[in-house]
Design a protein around this ligand. Structure first.
Ligand SMILES: *Cc1c(COP(=O)(O)O)cnc(C)c1O
Length: 518
């Protein structure tokens, strides 16, 4: 049953026109226990509210000095049960890691251990306020400090900036530190080099920080073309941004050689470490000559993401960039007391480039990530990387006989397996396979990225999937791919069974409707 409907909202047609799914149309638009749900503005009423507030006992118009609102706000209300149902119904139309396998490449959609949640909910962590007096939140500051210590140890880097709030935000932090370091030397460099196999956020970050971005081509094996990169180095190059493992799912074997050449030319090396899951405990980026690298706690260290929570993208920094790290940062004095270095700590702040965010970062993510690290231990984290890589290679080798795998000949992949649409027939494309997978109960993999492969399909299973779960996925994936190889027309109409059929994704991106017009 839907909530009262006074706006003329009509349930969407859920029976496909082509008869593929030919149940009778229902009068409500609901399908079994899956309920259609209109927008809040369509079902809410101005006169309804879920809470009772006492009448205002002050003379508000006087107190607000003529600024009091003269008309009602026009917001609609729901009763408490209507509110709960509204959001619960919407949540059932969504997909998440707690529902099933989520093979989105370059995203590391792994299970979030419930132990993390339990610890993050301890009142001392959950209720901590960023403006609490520092002597009252020593435990929270210690968590930030200890987590930072783990990140430095795992990466072999001397310093870490904890405040960036996501991967792309961490990239900006690293690039701003690089800009500050060059400017401190009076060296105004203008160019950032970004290989084709880098993540899309890398060129966006460099451009956002006012650098001119130049592409470096990939080799046919899917790695950075080292000779092309070396040839482009010079006094105008501020930095190189390399994703490692890269978005073709491959480890950049020549990283050390590249880093040495960049340093020789007076530049810095930014490493996109969002894919750290593949190498955590196995490789220390500091040993590869990295100057700055962000780590997505919400990927490798299992804190929820993808609409499920805020991100957190700490950035580890080399000796050369550490002095420019953003404020505030946690230090410990000789008496063992933790404190935050802020703008007013003139001596200790040094040449810091300033502030990335209002406060010190995402406490809830810090707590979860540290819990994850402590519960795995160093050996456990190494096992994470090994299992993630094993699972990805299992998928690569289980699909390569029927699906074009452009870099399968370059040796084992890292955490993700990359495929292309080369052999599809009948005008079928990667998009059709992605939509077909939805009908089979799987969130699609990442599609059309990286750009170096035609019709790319990037599958990242992570270590938290069992062999049984991966085998089930492979069975479904193979079935859909076989339909694409056979030119099955029906696939062009997929998905048939999702709450909505095929949407116009281009129009959604180009002409988004962001406001409700009643
Ligand atoms: C996810 C990802 C990013 C961006 O991280 P956000 O937290 O989404 O900003 C950057 N680079 C790579 C390789 C990624 O996988």
């Amino acid at each position: 049953m839907n909530a009262p409907n006074q706006s003329g909202w009509k349930p969407a047609m859920i029976v496909s026109e082509d008869g593929m799914h030919s149940g009778p149309q229902t009068t409500t638009g609901n399908r079994a226990l899956m309920l259609e749900e209109p927008l809040l503005f369509e079902i809410g009423r101005a006169e309804v509210t879920g809470v009772d507030l006492p009448p205002v006992d002050v003379n508000a118009p006087t107190r607000l000095a003529g600024l009091a609102r003269s008309e009602p706000l026009g917001l609609v209300g729901l009763t408490e049960p209507e509110t709960v149902r509204h959001y619960t119904r919407l949540s059932r139309q969504n997909y998440g890691i707690d529902l099933g396998f989520f093979p989105l490449g370059s995203c590391t959609m792994k299970h979030n251990p419930r132990l993390n949640e339990k610890i993050a909910r301890l009142p001392g962590f959950a209720d901590v306020h960023p403006l609490s007096p520092q002597n009252a939140v020593q435990g929270a500051l210690e968590v930030i400090s200890e987590l930072g210590g783990w990140l430095c140890t795992l990466t072999g880097m001397p310093a870490v900036a904890m405040s960036p709030k996501a991967g792309a935000h961490g990239e900006l932090c690293g690039i701003l530190a690089i800009r500050a370091a060059h400017e401190a030397r009076g060296d105004a460099r203008e160019v950032v080099l970004v290989p084709e196999s880098a993540h899309g956020t890398n060129p966006a970050t460099a451009a956002f920080a006012n650098y001119r971005v130049e592409d470096i081509p990939a080799t046919p094996e899917g790695r950075v073309d080292v000779e092309a990169l070396k040839a482009r180095l010079g006094p105008d190059v501020a930095a190189v941004m390399i994703t490692n493992p890269n978005t073709c799912g491959l480890f950049e074997k020549d990283f050390r050689e590249i880093a040495d050449a960049v340093h020789e030319a007076g530049g810095y090396v930014y490493c996109d470490g969002a894919n750290f899951n593949a190498i955590v405990g196995k490789v220390r980026p500091g040993d590869l000559g990295v100057d700055a690298m962000h780590i997505n706690l919400h990927k490798t260290f299992s804190t929820p993401h993808g609409g499920g929570g805020p991100g957190s993208g700490p950035v580890v920094l080399s000796e050369a960039l550490a002095p420019f790290a953003p404020l505030p940062f946690v230090r410990k004095d000789d008496a063992g007391t933790f404190y935050l270095v802020e703008e007013e700590n003139r001596e200790e702040r040094g040449p810091s480039f300033g502030r990335m965010t209002a406060f010190h970062g995402q406490m809830g993510m810090f707590t979860r990530a540290l819990t994850y690290m402590l519960s795995h231990g160093a050996d456990g984290l190494k096992q994470v990387a090994e299992d993630a890589v094993l699972n990805a290679n299992y998928i690569l080798r289980s699909m390569e006989d029927i699906l074009h795998a452009p870099f399968a000949g370059s040796g084992p992949c890292m955490h993700e397996a990359l495929f292309g649409d080369k052999d599809f027939t009948g005008g079928l494309s990667t998009l059709d396979v992605a939509k077909g997978l939805i009908d089979e109960g799987y969130h699609p993999m990442t599609v059309y990225f990286p750009l170096v492969v035609h019709g790319a399909m990037l599958v990242e299973p992570t270590e938290t999937e069992s062999k049984a779960a991966i085998d089930q996925f492979i069975t479904a994936f193979r079935a859909v791919v076989e339909r694409a190889l056979a030119g099955d027309e029906g696939l062009k109409q997929a998905p048939y069974y999702a709450p909505r059929r095929r949407l116009d994704e281009t129009a959604a991106a180009r002409k988004p409707k962001l406001a409700f017009e009643g």
